[in-house]
Design a protein. Structure first.
Length: 439
């Protein structure tokens, strides 16, 4: 069901020149459709699998969702497991701790699982959940490989499960607004989307602190390895800083580009690209590391006449702004919640000059060629959406598809992994939608 009424490009421009565009879109966009309320006794039993940095955050989120109860926690590192159990016992003394996720799946009182494990475990844990009749909230990226992603999606569909991928961008009002504007035709023909992610800290480069108490006595190395392609010797760096290694993750593509891609995919309905090229390397962080700390990629959509780019480095924070997304159309562009008209038509030039004149009347100094946004998103626009986690729980009850369901999750997985393959093999790769494989 649509959450908004369409607004035409003409309506958008006419209202924007009057300085009321924000109010106009807010009124036509509307609030999200409310889902049916469960009965007071309808409590969703939750199992938490993977309770490290991200998992701890998701644990706090789900504990704040009404009519849910965390009934099981699972992690390969004993202190994380004990910490999570202690947190949950403050509201549910009967919570059960598990060292093996398969045992958690056998608990009939658990209706849904939240998975925040390393990437290589997403597929086996999610597939086990689907086969056990559990609904699934799984962190991004969906999987480490394309075959895993296809198998996971098939398991979800076969077992009629609800799956939500952890991309909160689809629950962001500003992205809903951007989607609305794009659908209005405001941008015209979009030919280029530019995304980026910049960091300049050890944590941002995945050089996380290793707890001094960690060792072979409290790290279950065998369960951590699970389906990793190489059965390596015990290594605390690999366990706590797994994102640096290809055995367990997808590098910059899955950890960082995946956020940008999913947001852009939501706004523009891009789907899976035709081709991808990628390059980069380990140029700055010279400690133990396999995945690049500088990464650049280009995905092409020839049927759309559009290219998508991504640039990233771990040695510069880009003036403190980590992420950036810009959408370039022949009639307008979008960057950081602002829409700028292209002076490519007489009508647009008139609107731009009118905006400048309005600023001058307010006493502002405006240069003749200065660009002024025709629209700027603010929280005052009045949009409201339930959280990404709440949306998942709502859909567990109603059996509707959540915002980041398995179909768009597959698009995310394929797009990200295409760039990993292109980087590793040093070639341009192509997606074959019939064979469902990279060639």
């Amino acid at each position: 069901m649509s959450l908004c009424k369409k607004i035409t490009r003409r309506e958008f421009i006419e209202k924007s020149t009057l300085g009321t565009v924000g109010l106009t879109i807010a009124s036509t966009f509307g609030a999200p459709v409310l889902l049916a309320n469960p009965s007071p006794s309808d409590v969703i039993g939750i199992g938490m699998i993977g309770i490290g940095i991200r998992g701890s955050s998701l644990l706090r989120q789900i504990m704040n969702v009404s009519r849910t109860q965390v009934r099981g926690v699972c992690d390969a590192y004993t202190p994380y497991l004990e910490r999570a159990a202690k947190t949950v016992k403050s509201v549910n003394s009967n919570v059960i701790s598990y060292v093996d996720y398969r045992d958690l799946m056998r608990n009939k009182d658990i209706d849904a699982v939240i998975i925040a494990t390393p990437d290589h475990l997403h597929a086996p844990v999610s597939i086990a959940a689907a086969e056990a009749g559990k609904d699934i909230y799984v962190e991004k990226p969906l999987t480490r490989t394309i075959p895993e992603a296809i198998n996971l999606v098939n398991a979800v569909k076969k077992n009629k499960r609800v799956l939500q991928l952890g991309h909160g961008a689809r629950s962001s009002p500003s992205n809903w607004r951007a989607r609305e504007i794009y659908k209005s035709g405001m941008f015209g023909h979009v030919t280029l989307v530019r995304t980026s992610m910049f960091r300049n800290t050890a944590g941002g480069a995945w050089v996380y602190n290793i707890p001094p108490e960690a060792g072979s006595d409290n790290v279950d190395w065998r369960r951590f390895l699970e389906n990793a392609p190489e059965k390596r010797d015990f290594d605390l760096d690999r366990f706590f800083r797994w994102r640096k290694y290809w055995d367990y993750g997808t590098g910059v593509a899955g950890d960082m580009f995946s956020h940008s891609y999913d947001a852009v995919n939501f706004i523009l309905d891009l789907g899976i690209p035709k081709t991808c090229v990628a390059n980069g390397g380990v140029y700055y962080w010279k400690e133990k590391r396999e995945v690049p700390d500088v990464f650049n990629a280009v995905w092409d959509y020839p049927d759309r006449g559009l290219a998508l780019t991504f640039n990233s480095t771990f040695s510069n924070s880009s003036e403190g702004v980590e992420t950036g997304t810009q959408i370039f159309g022949d009639k307008a562009s979008y960057t950081r919640g602002k829409v700028f008209l292209e002076p490519s038509t007489e009508r647009n030039r008139e609107i731009i000059e009118k905006l400048r004149e309005e600023r001058r009347k307010k006493g502002e100094e405006i240069e003749s060629g200065e660009t002024i946004p025709v629209y700027t998103y603010t929280k005052e626009d009045g949009l409201y959406f339930t959280s990404h986690m709440q949306n998942f729980i709502d859909c567990v009850r109603t059996r509707e598809k959540p915002r980041c369901h398995e179909d768009v999750a597959l698009e995310e997985a394929v797009t990200c992994i295409m760039s990993v393959i292109a980087y590793k093999e040093g070639r341009r790769v192509t997606w074959d939608p019939v064979k469902q494989e990279v060639v």
